[in-house]
Design a binder for this molecule. Structure first.
Ligand code: DC
Length: 221
């Protein structure tokens, strides 16, 4: 089957972003990172001094966000990945993402990006609520999980800084709570998602498993 959408959801540090990028590359389709849209709003709010509790102001910023395969723009300008991935932006994005006004502005932004990509051949779309809310019609839904210790270890290793593990563990457990306990589109697997516990799987094993599932879909079509 051509032109299909793969939804990949999961908590921070589950490996979503790197797995989604590699699966997309090997399938020859684009990778849409929806967390980047939330992060772009958080970065803009921090820079412009917008009160994070002012739902309407924050949702207003989201109107300037454009999402596409491989990146995000704010006010028409691509936002560099390193500016989106600081601990301050991670924390602000997680907090802001509980705001239903913001989510309702970003919902069509994400769907538009996915539909555009589908016309171009398909996409791997990753986030927290892709299989449940954004693209319930996705042909393949994956939910990646891993133990909190393993997720913190992976994140700390990514940062390359010594002594990070404890800080990362604390920040991650706060984010986990914020992301899964919020009322608006909380993090949870779709009822028809394939759940992969990646705690003791290698990166390559996770990628191969998803590629197998995607290839089976192609065969069935
Ligand atoms: O995937 P990420 O860590 O880059 O996402 C940053 C924050 O954005 C995350 O803490 C929760 C929020 N988010 C969301 O609520 N829904 C999505 N589809 C993607 C991200």
């Amino acid at each position: 089957m051509n032109r299909f959408l793969v939804a990949i959801d999961g908590p921070a540090g589950s490996g979503k972003s790197s797995v989604a990028r590699e699966v997309a590359r090997r399938l020859g389709i684009v990778d849409i990172n929806t967390g980047a849209a939330y992060r772009a709003v958080a970065l803009a709010a921090l820079r412009k001094g917008v009160d994070p509790d002012d739902g309407a102001e924050v949702a207003g910023l989201a109107k300037s966000v454009e999402l596409y395969g491989g990146g995000v723009k704010f006010e028409g300008v691509p936002v560099p990945d390193e500016e989106l991935r600081t601990p301050e932006v991670s924390d602000a994005a997680s907090k802001l993402s509980a705001n239903p006004q913001l989510r309702s502005v970003l919902l069509p932004v994400q769907r538009r990006a996915a539909e555009e990509a589908r016309r171009g051949g398909g996409a791997v779309v990753e986030g927290r609520d892709i299989g449940t809310v954004v693209l319930p019609e996705a042909e393949l839904k994956i939910y990646l999980s891993a133990s909190p210790e393993e997720r913190a270890r992976r994140r700390a290793a990514q940062s390359g800084r010594e002594g990070e593990l404890e800080r990362v563990k604390r920040a991650m457990s706060i984010r986990d709570r914020q992301d899964s306990e919020r009322e608006a589109a909380p993090l949870k697997p779709a009822s028809d998602a394939v759940i992969l516990d990646t705690t003791s799987m290698s990166f390559e094993e996770v990628v191969e498993r998803i590629l197998d599932l995607a290839r089976n879909l192609r065969k069935e079509a």
